[in-house]
Every structure is written in structure tokens, then in C-alpha cells.
Design a protein around this ligand. Structure first.
Ligand code: AMP
Length: 285
């Protein structure tokens, strides 16, 4: 079996090696393009939902943690293993920011301006966007929410939405990392503007400075990874998102995970804590 450049890029993008061609898990991952989530209810996913790996168990997870703790990477890994859909609100805003100005709604334009400054998008805009995509939460084979909720108001709105269909969260995974490590990770992160592969200036440098190892594309620093924006993002996290830890603790849903080590190690630690929740259902770890 041959490891192709696109496979290598995908592995780099999600930060781990994933199964090769003809593996059903990998094929499912690639097929689920999240079109409805990324572009709104008018767009249809090429594969509606991955569904649960075992009939009867549907994972509904929220990932919490400061920016830079690696939620996105863990969400991709969990999606692949648990068969749930990766729902990232940041991905929706980034997808919107790539559209032509005339194709963006005024609310989305405002949202992407907040994002560029590293500030939280106001609850009303976020909720309008999520509500429009509520099918992805209520009627799919499970989800992994990444970057949402980020405020108490958003968490309460999510609870109310789920209550309308009598569905509940399985767990809230809280990834923890000291602030110095977060600053180091984010300020050194560089992304390929072409294939989106991720590098780090000191921990994972590209072979040629500012050029992608895989496709030769230019590496850039995300606007919200600049030091000024990181500080704003961390302050916003402390002020608005950290209170969610107590909120979910009170609901007996909180599952703390130390986010140190490689993505694979953090993933293994996450699965170890999650699998007892599905006792009686077979899940390969
Ligand atoms: P992320 O990729 O989750 O770090 O999100 C990138 C940016 O999108 C954040 O810094 C915010 O500006 C915005 N954003 C994403 N999700 C939310 C949310 N739930 N509430 C407010 N702003 C959000």
C-alpha cells in the first residue's frame, strides 16, 4: 500500500497517522465534508452522518479548553473513532471569511471581524448561526462540539435546544494546559495557505523556512495567532468560557484531561476516560 502525498497532508493536518486507503474508517472520515454545518442548512453533506460505530450508542460531546490546547486535533481524532460529526463554530466563521464579500451576510461579516481581532463573536450572532444548523446537533449520529458553547448564555441555549428533542450530552471534556505552553504553541504555529498543513517554528519547523514541506505553499501565521490576538483570546477565555467548567461540573458532565504530550497520547487518555461511559457497547480503543 502506497502512502500518497495527500494522505501525508491529511495526517499532518490532523496531527497523527490515520488508516490508509480502503480502510472504511478513513473513507468515512473523508466522505463527511460537513457541508451543512460549514455552509448552512441549504447545503447538504455528501454523507449525512457517520452514525455510531455500534448501534445504540450516540456520542454527544462538548470539548472545552483554552485556545491552543489542541481541541481541534482531538476533535478530528474522536470523530474518526466515535463516528460523530465534528462541529466547530470557528470553522464556520473561517469558511465564511473565505467567501466573496457579496456572498457574506452582514452578520457573518461582523462575525469574521470579531474573529480577526481575537474577540468572541456576540452570542446573538453565534446562536443564530448554530440554531440554523440545529439538525446537525439534534438529528445526526452524534457530534463533537469544538469551540461552542463559549459563554454561559450559549451553554444554556444549547441545553434548551437539546431539551426540545429530549437528547442530552454524553460528557464535556475539558483539556487543561498551563498558559505558558499555550502561548508557546499558538505564537509559533504556522499554517500552509495552500494545503493547511500545520508547522511550529521551533517544535516542528518546515525544512525550508516559510515553505510547506508537502506542497511548497507559503506558510503564514493565522491573524488570530499573533501575540496581540492571543492575549485577547486568552482573556476572553478566562472571562467568558472558564465559568463553563463549573456549569458542567454541576451537571456531573465534566471530564478533565491534561493536554500535555503528543496528540496520540492525549487522545489515548481521552478514550480511556470516555469508554466506560459506553459500557455495554463495544468500542475498539
Ligand atoms: P476557534 O477556531 O474555536 O478558536 O474560533 C476562532 C474564533 O471564532 C474565535 O476566536 C472567536 O472569534 C470566534 N468564535 C468561534 N466560536 C465562537 C463562539 N462559540 N462564541 C464566540 N465566538 C466564537
Amino acid at each position: 500500500m502506497v502512502v500518497t502525498a495527500s494522505h501525508a497532508r491529511l495526517c499532518d493536518y490532523i496531527g497523527v497517522s490515520i488508516p490508509l486507503k480502503n480502510d472504511p474508517v478513513r473513507n468515512d472520515l473523508l466522505k463527511n465534508d460537513r457541508a451543512t454545518w460549514l455552509h448552512g442548512s441549504a447545503a447538504e453533506c455528501s454523507q449525512k452522518s457517520l452514525g455510531a460505530p455500534e448501534p445504540g450508542y450516540v456520542w454527544r460531546l462538548v470539548l472545552l479548553g483554552a485556545p491552543g490546547v489542541g481541541k481541534g486535533t482531538q476533535a478530528e481524532l474522536l470523530t474518526k473513532r466515535l463516528g460523530a460529526c465534528h462541529l466547530s463554530t470557528g470553522d464556520v466563521f473561517r469558511a465564511a471569511s473565505k467567501q466573496r464579500d457579496c456572498d457574506q451576510s452582514p452578520a457573518m461579516k461582523a462575525a469574521t471581524d470579531y474573529m480577526r481581532r481575537g474577540q468572541l463573536v456576540p452570542d446573538s450572532i453565534v446562536w443564530e448561526m448554530v440554531r440554523e444548523r440545529s439538525d446537525c446537533i439534534l438529528h445526526c449520529g452524534g457530534f463533537i462540539l469544538d469551540g461552542f458553547p463559549r459563554t454561559l448564555a450559549q451553554a444554556e441555549s444549547l441545553q434548551a435546544l437539546m431539551a426540545t428533542e429530549n437528547v442530552s450530552l454524553t460528557a464535556v471534556v475539558n483539556y487543561e494546559l498551563p498558559v505558558e505552553q499555550i502561548l508557546h504553541r499558538l505564537s509559533g504555529r504556522r499554517t500552509c495557505e495552500h494545503c493547511k498543513a500545520v508547522f511550529h517554528v521551533t517544535d516542528r519547523p518546515s525544512k525550508v523556512t516559510n515553505k510547506c514541506d508537502h506542497c511548497g505553499g507559503d506558510l503564514y501565521q493565522r491573524e488570530d495567532d499573533r501575540v496581540e490576538s492571543i492575549t485577547v483570546r486568552l482573556e476572553a477565555y478566562e472571562r467568558s468560557t472558564a465559568p463553563l467548567i463549573q456549569f458542567y461540573k454541576n451537571m456531573n458532565l465534566l471530564m478533565p484531561i491534561v493536554s500535555e504530550g503528543s496528540p496520540d497520547e492525549i487522545f489515548a487518555g481521552t478514550l480511556l476516560k470516555l469508554t466506560p461511559l459506553a459500557s455495554g457497547h463495544r468500542i475498539s480503543v
